[in-house]
Write a protein that binds this ligand. Structure first.
Ligand code: X3X
Length: 343
């Protein structure tokens, strides 16, 4: 009996051992083959009615679907979580976070991006899009990668930014003593000051109360911002067509996080952000005339400006902005000359 017992026990022990090992191994097997999954929080300041918000939701939905749920992007509009400089800092620190901001915010890390969206450069959306595709800007994108920032797009264009106040503005002298709200990047602050106004940096979310309390006399923004956030309801109904900035957002993710994402998913992410940005540009081109009419129906008046007088005051910034130099400006102008066919 004893012998049989020992054999029986040994067999049970071995059986138990095999079960445990298989269990462990299947756990390892599962963990080896475990589907890749990542959740990213995407943050921006735009309101639900603005196209950029809808576009970001579209991209997030398509990426989730095309990666079978492996890459989930949760979108946070209206500055609900970190934005502007803080958002870019999260990217640089390696958070599972996507920052959607004006390229001047990554200009703090690669100053060329401040020059890229500097004052008085562009005549239309298309030439900016062509410039972004140039080897010049692709080289700057590689510089950003070395600083830990993967640039997924630079062309979420939301319209040329103009001066919005309750007075007709034609030259820098008309802006003397006028306090204008700007985003907090040095590019905006120094440009609006050079244009003759007093820049008052505020997050978008504090802009309306600042207008109502007289903390600022006006702001600068695009017609799409004006209509999408109802700026005209603040009584600031004079738009001076300075076109001083091309309002555009880049999309940034940490290189450390990016490199964790499988190549097949990286391609889907890049393709979808690029596709949606081109769709948004097409929509805004088609909508602009209608948006101007809608603003005029709310009593908004548009006036042309003495553009040269503003160009004269702002061109010096390309030698004064932190890290920016005249060579960057000349490189951009040379590329634009090629894009414009020498004109
Ligand atoms: O970094 C993103 C841009 O600076 C956004 O510009 P801002 O802060 O003037 O907001 C534009 C509005 O359209 C947001 O609703």
């Amino acid at each position: 009996m004893l012998g049989w017992d020992i054999v029986h026990c040994k067999r049970n022990f071995l059986f138990l051992l095999v079960v445990i090992l298989l269990g462990l191994n299947s756990g390892c097997t599962k963990s080896k083959n475990k589907e890749f999954e990542i959740t990213l929080r995407l943050s921006h300041v735009f309101s639900p009615k603005e196209q950029l918000t809808r576009s970001m939701d579209n991209v997030a939905e398509r990426i989730n679907k095309n990666t079978n749920g492996a890459v989930r992007i949760l979108t946070f509009p209206q500055g609900q979580i970190a934005t502007y400089k803080d958002g870019v800092e999260l990217v640089v620190r390696g958070a599972h976070f996507i920052s959607v901001e004006d390229p001047s915010y990554i200009g703090d890390y690669v100053p060329e991006f401040t020059a890229l969206v500097g004052p008085m450069l562009y005549r239309n959306f298309d030439e900016y899009v062509d410039l972004v595709k140039s080897s010049l800007v692709r080289g700057w994108v590689e510089k950003a990668e070395k600083k830990g920032i993967k640039v997924l797009s630079l062309q979420y264009i939301f319209g040329f930014r103009n001066i919005i106040t309750d007075k007709v503005v034609k030259t820098p002298s008309d802006l003397s003593g006028v306090k204008l709200r700007t985003p907090g990047s040095q590019l905006f602050i120094k440009t609006i000051n050079a244009m003759g106004a007093t820049a008052t940096p505020l997050p978008w979310g504090e802009t309306f109360s600042a207008l109502q309390q007289g903390v600022v006399d006006g702001l600068e923004g695009s017609e799409f911002t004006n209509v999408g956030t109802k700026v005209y309801e603040t009584g600031k109904k004079n738009v001076a067509l300075t076109n001083h900035f091309l309002g555009t957002c880049g999309v940034y993710i940490s290189m450390k996080v990016w490199e964790k994402i499988p190549l097949e998913y990286q391609k889907i992410i890049e393709d979808e952000f690029n596709f949606e940005s081109m769709k948004m540009i097409g929509l805004l081109k088609a909508q602009h005339a209608g948006v101007v009419k809608e603003l005029e129906s709310h009593g908004v008046k548009f006036n042309r400006v003495d553009r040269e007088s503003f160009e004269k005051e702002t061109v010096k910034l390309y030698s004064e902005l932190p890290g920016v130099n005249r060579e960057m400006y000349d490189q951009i102008q040379n590329e634009l000359k090629k894009i414009r066919g020498g004109k």
